[in-house]
Design a protein. Structure first.
Length: 127
């Protein structure tokens, strides 16, 4: 089983993960993957990841987005629904990473605000 990441809080209806600090894009994806793995291993079906506290990387390329979608879906193994809050300038209008992740079995979405993410996450079916 994966260990509980720093900045991960388990609530009654879902878990929240709010990493902070500097990271490269692959490091940020790995942090998210670890949080998803923890939730998967502990039967937590919904996870909100707030990535707005991370800095150190620029605009993600299409390759970055593909990697993220593939990696996060692999971590979830179809068992965790994930809502990611990102700074608006990092959200891709085409939602390429979301499409890649969904094609690999992850129910997930990217959002500019936590309110939108929570509304979607708590309204999502997990069974």
């Amino acid at each position: 089983m994966t260990s509980r990441p720093d900045h991960l809080q388990v609530l009654e209806t879902h878990a929240t993960y709010r990493p902070t600090g500097h990271a490269t894009f692959p490091e940020a994806v790995e942090l998210a993957s670890q949080a998803i793995g923890f939730c998967r291993d502990h039967g937590i079906r919904r996870l909100l990841i707030d990535s707005t506290g991370l800095a150190g990387f620029g605009w993600p390329t299409d390759s970055d987005r593909y990697y993220m979608g593939d990696r996060l879906a692999g971590a979830a193994r179809g068992m965790v629904t994930v809502a990611i809050v990102a700074r608006p300038e990092f959200l891709d209008a085409e939602r390429f990473a979301v499409l890649v992740a969904r094609n690999r079995g992850l129910r997930g979405g990217g959002f500019a605000t936590e309110a939108e993410a929570i509304q979607w996450l708590l309204g999502s079916e997990t069974d």
